[in-house]
Design a protein around this ligand. Sequence first.
Ligand code: WT7
Length: 670
Amino acid sequence: MTKPKSPAPQNITSMLQEERLFPPPAEFAKRAHVKSMGQYKKLYRESIEDSEGFWGRQANAELVWIKPWKEVLRWKAPNAKWFLGGQLNVAANCLDRHLNTPTANKAALIWEGEPAAPGQMGEERVLTYQQLHREVCMFANVLKRNGVGKGDRVIIYLPMVPEAAIAMLACARIGAVHSVVFGGFSAQSVADRIFDCQAKLVITADGGYRRGSIVPLKKSVDEALVLKDATGALLAKTIEKVIVLRRASNDIHITEGRDVWWHRELEYVDANCPAAKMDSEAPLFILYTSGSTGKPKGILHTTGGYLLGAKMTTKYVFDIQETDVYWCTADIGWVTGHSYVVYGPLANGATSLMYEGAPNHPEPDRFWRIIAKYGVTILYTAPTAIRAFMKWGVEWPKKHNLSSLRLLGSVGEPINPEAWMWYHEVIGGGRCPIVDTWWQTETGGIMITPLPGATPTKPGTATLPFFGIVPEVVDDQGNPVPKNSGGKLIIRKPWPSMLRGIWGDPERFKQTYWSEVQGAYFTGDGCRQDKDGYFWIVGRIDDVLNVAGHRIGTAEVESALVSNQKVAEAAVVGRPDELKGQALVAFVTLKTGIKPSHAIRDELRAHVAKEIGPVAKPDDIRFAEALPKTRSGKIMRRVLKQVAAGVEVKGDTTTLEDFSVIAKLVAAED
Ligand code: WT7
């Protein structure tokens, strides 16, 4: 692994001089949870100067504890333990606590299925807190019946249906550790994750709907369960049972003794299921994310700290009020779906909307139709989606009444000011504040963000830190850089929802996050602070790309490519893309005697989809006789990035082993 270097000065100088300032609308300054910059500053100062006092008070105020905690934080870098001695249950905090309140009969989840004819609405389900509680208890009993207990790992591989949330909460209820695998990942990815966390059970569906077709999830699980490693050993040998939800009614194969139907299992259980007493530091979930090596990392989150982070950020950043209909468009397969579709909103007793499918099915106005239909007040989505909406044209949102919206959110990648302004004007009607929220799978919850009643926003910046968070921009030696200069973004202090480790790999945990700057967490992002102290995230500075808001490790795609018989060598880099932020470009050298062709290009793209999933398919595959390397044999990615972007190859090439390689690469471009 190469050490990431501070980002080269980028063209964000003009952004740092952004003059447009959007103060919080009067309505927010009147009734938001935080009503002014003064109030934010006071709370923030308190959260830093007496952080243990602050977090201790918040933990008591926000969470329901079965047994009170004794110690706020035990910190020995890089290991943090929060709320030691305390016991609680996440599902009870999301459900049971609301049952003796008026919230019991409020919608917890509103769900809309994808299939719909043009101009029509889709299938609709509403689950009140009382109903969701019942479903979760019953399914928790199903898990128990099928041998799942405290600490066991469960893979959830489901479409965006209420059962995805039910499955997560049922695991939490009995103390099982869930690992949700995004439905767009392949059988191979499922098998790798099962193997890594030694999961006991898989929860899946026959199929899920996506853009009008059926994704055969159960079929992928069947494939995953017979995949073998290089030595011929089964990857998924720990799996005992597969629970199958009927969603798309596509044909599937049932293996007797191993596979059981969700709806049949419910016939054997009742709705009585006590919430397990969980230690504050008990694992809650593992979520795999890409890093700079070929192997995804199982990011581990635990109980008390994670839930406190998810709950508080949802409350303050989205300013959740009693009457809100809140919609986060993320899939449950990403951390955003964990913290801001399920745990954060439900812990707050909010109404969380879930939509199963694509934004342009059956037509490009599906989101706007849904907002008008349910009176959505808060929308949280990704810049890549916003840019797609811009491309599809204003006529689609203009067809619908979006006046219920009062707050907009953005997450996943830097939002370009043009998209920000479009979002503000066309979707927000000029009246809704935008919260551009920076965070990561690892951070568990939002870290840098405006508070809508307090922070004046500027298009393109996530602005200021949330309570208790101390971000800093530093140089390669770990020293703070002056305002307006580029550097690495680190976090100085531990925070409750921080990751507790990489599953099964403490060494990699230390190396990846804690060895850049002594005692501080390294984010992998480049950043600048402007004169007002606002943080402008420049993007990843390690070998991780952000493609349409999804994190993809270049090494992962490279190892998928070279696992194809025809490939001798591959290097994957990002190139700027108008819609997706970054696009994946693969430079591939084929084995001797094999000629480049369109057929091979298609084959390789399909091969990557099979190895990782369609999200990782290279946008471009360029065949090259050789890759530019240093004399010591290291691929010069910097050069490849320039070739991929179609710009002149500049900078130091004196270490290049063979100069003619670049000329050939450029010439081969068309
Ligand atoms: C990476 C984390 C956090 C949930 C979704 C992605 C980038 C995320 C922003 C933002 C600029 C952002 C960073 C970060 N990122 N939000 N508001 N502005 N960049 O989670 O897959 O863990 O990716 O996404 O590069 O490191 P993730």
